[in-house]
Design a protein around this ligand. Structure first.
Ligand SMILES: *Cc1c(COP(=O)(O)O)cnc(C)c1O
Length: 320
């Protein structure tokens, strides 16, 4: 399993690769929520998302163990992160993406010298392809969340929050496959167990919510949310037990709430975050966290947005 010491090791391993992202504040967000909000700004991370942390940790480990070729199956941020770290370490990477992949994200993968292969539209098609390519070429397939080194890398976000916001009461984290929040839980619950960690998930991709309620991993059909980083059909085998043990709560948000949060962040705070991150802000702005007077850190997990698609992320009603 993953422990605090794994997260601390990851922090050393990746410290020269990643950026220690800033924590931003917004008086308006504080006033609207009745809490003090601290925005852990991983949308300003290299490659535009926290995914670089887990990818960098896992790939460095694999290279130490002899891998000289890296693959991933990702519709975006994970693929960019893997391409970036492979280029940094001077090894080739192949990223398998869906045929309908977000154009800005694919272009970024190519800009980091990653080779892109298109395959199907579902992860059930992409993952076996990426694994097969790795196996054929003495390579390492980097999973997006369900790997101990990936979880440990993502957990470094939690360690940084504890340093940057020493009196934090609550941490709100968007959840897809659960690597980010599992890593944060591993770090935070070991160092400061009284800090509460709450997941935010789209209603339309409520696989983690459903699995927690059922007390077992439960798959959902067709997660059609605009939060494309959270469109997982089920939580991971490694991540889910960590959530079951430690998670303090999970909040579901609607597509309209995600759009309102996206618009609020761009117009009011000038931060371009992607809908997957707006999910965590939506949890705050909707009042669903249900607390007042607390110090709340919100993980802005990424900021990769194709501006040509941005209209889809904005509320339709003009006076929201
Ligand atoms: C991957 C991703 C998430 C979800 O992370 P998990 O580890 O899959 O839970 C959230 N936001 C963004 C921007 C992402 O890229």
């Amino acid at each position: 399993m993953v422990s605090l010491s794994d997260v601390k090791k990851a922090q050393q391993e990746i410290k020269d690769i990643i950026r220690q992202t800033p924590v931003l504040t917004s008086a308006l967000l504080d006033a609207k929520s009745g809490n003090r909000i601290y925005l852990k700004s991983e949308h300003l991370q290299k490659t535009g998302s926290f995914k670089l942390r887990g990818a960098a940790n896992a790939v460095k480990q694999a290279v130490k163990e002899g891998a000289n070729f890296i693959t991933a199956a990702s519709s975006g941020n994970h693929g960019q992160a893997v391409a970036y770290i492979a280029a940094e370490l001077g090894i080739p990477a192949v990223i398998v993406v869906p045929e309908d992949a977000n154009r800005a994200k694919v272009e970024a993968i190519k800009a980091y010298n990653g080779d892109v292969i298109y395959c199907g539209t579902t992860s059930a098609e992409r993952i076996p392809k990426a694994i097969q390519l790795a196996e054929e070429n003495n390579g390492f397939y980097v999973p997006p969340y369900d790997h101990p080194d990936v979880i440990a890398g993502q957990g470094t976000v939690g360690l940084e929050i504890l340093e940057q916001v020493p009196d934090v009461d609550i941490i709100v984290v968007p959840v897809g496959g659960g690597g980010l929040i599992a890593g944060i839980l591993t770090a935070v619950k070991a160092v400061k167990p009284h800090v509460k960690v709450i997941a935010a998930e789209p209603e339309l991709a409520n696989d983690t919510y459903t699995s927690l309620n059922n007390n077992q991993i439960t798959a959902i059909q067709g997660a059609a949310t605009i939060a494309d980083g959270l469109r997982t059909s089920q939580p991971g085998d490694l991540t889910f037990p960590i959530l079951q043990e430690h998670l303090d709560g999970i909040v579901l948000v609607t597509e309209d709430e995600i759009k309102d949060a996206f618009q609020f962040m761009l117009e009011r705070t000038k931060q371009l975050i992607e809908p997957s991150s707006a999910v965590a802000i939506a949890a705050i702005l909707s009042g669903k966290i249900g607390v007042a007077g607390k110090n709340i850190a919100v993980v802005l997990s990424g900021g990769n947005v194709d501006l040509r698609q941005m209209k889809k992320f904005l509320p339709t009603s003009p006076d929201r």
